[in-house]
Design a protein around this ligand. Structure first.
Ligand code: PHE
Length: 354
């Protein structure tokens, strides 16, 4: 009996896992286990023998059972310790980074321009980028013989033989949206139209696709004075400092009179600073909408008049954020985008800074 005791207590003490422990339980105190079999033998013994062996066997059975449950508890504790050691979590670690894109300077500046002019009551209008030559030219008082048609380096859409739809172009400016807005809504009008325009041109400050924003205000007594006020308010809000403007007489077929507008700037060490110094930088074309243009839009020039302006968005982005080369805007180089991109849209308002 002592042999059995040593055998099982040692085996239980050194069991490596719960499965081994269960095997030992079956082998010792299971129905056909060694201890159980010996207990069955008690029936064949004399009362004296039984009195001596019985209590010992019962004690052995109890001892083995409690060794089994003690070991089982120890194994469970060890398993839990091992899991805890493996699955620990360092709550002081920094959060994992999720890669985020950036907002392109053109998108940023479009939003900025739109927010400022929306504050002044201009609604956003849109038009197609593939335009008929009527909207892009004729309606804007640029007849087919007019030199402006060739000066603008227009992209014409190819036409199949027998296609007798009107000729289409990639719009060379956002001005056709003036006509579309007049036709759609009539007077009075106060809209801006930001969007893509196309001209066959490529160098440090020109790309074949670029962005403009058109402004158009038509009412009973709109004048150049309103135009000047709107532009000065706009530039001051956009650049965050008061900016003087200079109007130079110019010529556009669709405005009369016409003016090119310069903004005040300084040129120091090759960098342009807007809103200081006594230099000037040309930034947009503008004027009073030509009567023929109002007529083309279905508006009576005897009753209504207004101003229009057209400005380069990419140009504004280059000036405000010191970006030297326009071509890089459209290269999709991630390093450039990370450097010049914006993390979240933050738009200035007319009277409240950023
Ligand atoms: N459409 C002209 C251009 O692209 C700009 C402009 C718009 C001028 C409106 C006058 C009025 O150069």
């Amino acid at each position: 009996m002592d042999d059995l005791r040593d055998k099982y207590l040692t085996a239980i003490a050194t069991a490596a896992d719960e499965a081994t422990l269960e095997d030992l339980r079956v082998a010792a105190v299971g129905k056909k286990g060694e201890v159980s079999l010996q207990m069955r033998e008690l029936g064949k013994m004399t009362p004296e023998e039984r009195q001596a062996a019985g209590p010992k066997l019962n004690a052995l059975k109890d001892e083995i059972n409690s060794a089994l449950s003690a070991k089982k508890a120890a194994l469970e504790d060890a398993a839990l310790d091992a899991r805890l050691a493996q699955e620990w979590l360092d709550v002081t670690l920094p959060a994992r980074q999720t890669p985020q894109g950036t907002i392109h300077p053109v998108s940023q500046v479009t939003e900025e321009v739109t927010a400022i002019l929306a504050d002044m009551g201009f609604a956003v209008a849109e038009g197609p980028q593939i335009e008929t030559d009527w909207y892009n030219f004729d309606a804007l008082n640029i007849p087919s013989h007019h030199p402006a048609r060739t000066e603008m380096d227009t992209f014409y859409m190819a036409r199949a033989d027998g296609d007798n739809r009107p000729p289409h172009v990639l719009r060379t400016h956002t001005s056709p949206v003036q006509i579309r807005s007049m036709q759609d809504h009539g007077a009075p009008i106060r809209i801006i139209c930001p969007g893509r325009v196309y001209r066959a041109d490529y160098d440090q400050t020109h790309t074949p696709m670029f962005h403009q924003v058109e402004g158009l205000a038509i009412d009973k007594d709109i004048s150049m004075a309103n135009l000047k006020w709107v532009l000065e308010e706009f530039f001051s809000a956009f650049f965050g400092t008061s900016v003087k403007t200079r109007f130079r007489a110019s010529h556009f077929p669709f405005t009369e009179p016409s003016a090119e507008v310069d903004i005040q700037c300084s040129w120091e060490g090759g960098t342009v600073k807007v809103g200081e110094g006594d230099g000037w930088l040309e930034v947009l074309g503008s004027g009073m909408v030509h009567p023929k243009v109002l007529e083309a839009g279905g508006i009576d020039p005897a009753q209504w008049q207004g101003f229009a302006f057209g400005m380069g968005i990419d140009r504004m982005a280059m000036l405000k954020y010191g970006i030297p080369d326009l071509r890089a805007f459209f290269d999709s180089d991630l390093r450039w985008l990370r450097h010049y991109g914006f993390s979240a849209l933050q738009v200035p308002t007319l009277h409240g800074g950023l």
